[in-house]
Ligand binder design. Structure first.
Ligand SMILES: *Cc1c(COP(=O)(O)O)cnc(C)c1O
Length: 426
């Protein structure tokens, strides 16, 4: 008789784990205010007060400005829009190389292609899962103009080292902080340390407006450029002047008053939700120790605060005596939310494998203004590939309203799978 659910045995847990979205009365109250005002979006694409959006959008931006202690915050329609606006604001374009980690959500790199620049994929550090500063140094060429840093799973990348490299080589730094609102690096919030930061409030992020995001910067000129790019800037730029109009192709990346209203209520929950993430993650780390060397919990530097958008841990197949993928499948069958790796290394997606972006002639990858051959072969970033295909596990269970009892279930399910692992060895 099989014991493991994957082989037809009883499932360890039938009750699904509660979702992380904490939306309700507070959001409804502010949404009603917007509906009653009849102004569902406050933006107009012409110079004047409404160029910068409605009351709720500006209130949301001000809350974040104070929280982050940053000079400018621009609400946008998504982090993807925000990343594109950041790339455009920095006037990156044809012929420019932009460094980006291969382990991230696709938009971190797509934003580069959207502005006809070339993404150069940089390997990750196997302890932090973030871009490896040593690999950044190796990837710099005379074409390199910027680095997109991702605080993956809510853990800050090594920003001090990265900012020093950037300064030495005159590069701009965009922080993709979609997964790390509230994370701290050396006393400062992530998303405020590079030249531009980007946040996401999509449905699956730690706080949500359905779709939405922010762009942050301490640079007045960059802020103006983002405001123009957000709101049809090419028809406004003569009356809202910037030093250089190149790159001011205005999109519509405006946030509605409805999303901003939800965003305000969500903003006030961020600290509470993050505190709970950290408590549950630390509890899980403590509990995982009973399995000895089978798992490796996240490495946390004393100068960094992890906010555990996801909980990453490594699996040692040799010590466990089963493969990571078999273990993962068995856990999922027991009713446990766990994944083998994150999204595949970005360069393995068809756009990079087939070098097809704009049109069918290979732009921007073979742009004559670039003048180099670029290829993204398998094996390009071996650490990323090893983490993704062999070692990394991710679980989303460290969040409100889940409790220590849910974590205990997860641990007991691991005990069960390990106990009956012989069933997985065929
Ligand atoms: C979610 C995410 C994005 C994109 O966010 P959207 O708001 O959905 O566009 C970008 N980068 C990272 C690292 C993300 O996790």
């Amino acid at each position: 008789m099989s014991k493991l659910a994957i082989n037809g045995g009883p499932k360890f847990r039938e009750t699904p784990f509660a979702p992380q979205q904490d939306v309700g009365e507070e959001e409804i109250k502010l949404l009603i205010e917007v509906i009653d005002s009849k102004e569902l979006s406050g933006f107009l694409a012409s110079p004047g007060e409404k160029f910068l959006g409605g009351l709720k959008v500006r209130e949301l931006e001000n809350l974040w400005k104070d929280y982050l202690s940053v000079k400018h915050v621009m609400a946008v329609q998504s982090a993807t829009a925000g990343l594109h606006a950041a790339v455009a604001a920095l006037n990156l374009g044809p012929g420019d190389e932009v460094l980006v980690p291969s382990y991230s959500m696709c938009a971190s790199a797509t934003a580069i292609v959207m502005h006809n620049a070339i993404p150069i994929f940089v390997d990750i550090d196997e302890d932090t899962y973030c871009i490896d500063p040593k690999e950044i140094k190796k990837a710099i060429t005379p074409n390199t103009k910027a680095i997109i840093v991702v605080h993956l799973f809510g853990y800050p990348a090594e920003l001090e080292e990265i900012m020093a490299i950037a300064e030495e080589h005159n590069l701009k730094v965009i922080e993709d902080n979609a997964q790390g609102p509230g994370a701290i690096y050396k006393g400062r919030y992530t998303g405020t340390i590079g030249h531009i930061g980007v946040f996401s409030f999509n449905q699956n992020k730690s706080i949500t407006t359905g779709e939405g995001g922010l762009v942050t910067t301490n640079d007045d000129e960059l802020a103006k450029r983002v405001q123009l790019i957000r709101n049809h800037g090419e028809v406004v730029v003569d009356q809202y002047p910037v030093d250089n109009i190149a790159g001011i192709i205005g999109w519509n990346y405006r946030m509605t008053e409805l999303e901003a209203a939800v965003g305000i209520a969500q903003f006030h929950k961020l600290n509470k939700l993050n505190d709970r993430r950290v408590e549950l993650a630390e509890y899980l780390t403590k509990k995982l120790k009973q399995f000895g060397d089978i798992f490796t919990s996240p490495t946390i530097s004393s100068h960094s605060k992890h906010v555990y958008f996801l909980y990453p841990f490594k699996f040692n197949a040799e010590v466990a005596g089963i493969s990571r993928n078999k273990f993962t499948q068995a856990m999922i069958a027991e009713g446990m939310p766990v994944g083998a790796g994150y999204v595949r290394p970005i360069y393995l997606e068809p756009m990079y494998q087939q070098l097809l972006g704009y049109g069918d002639k290979g732009c921007p990858f073979n742009c004559p203004l670039y003048g180099k051959d670029i290829l993204y072969p398998k094996g390009l970033n071996p650490v990323c590939e090893r983490m993704h295909f062999e070692e990394l596990l991710l679980t989303p269970i460290c969040h409100y309203p889940l409790t220590e009892k849910d974590i205990d279930d997860f641990i007991k399910a691991i005990e069960k799978v390990i106990k009956y692992k012989s069933e997985l060895i065929s």
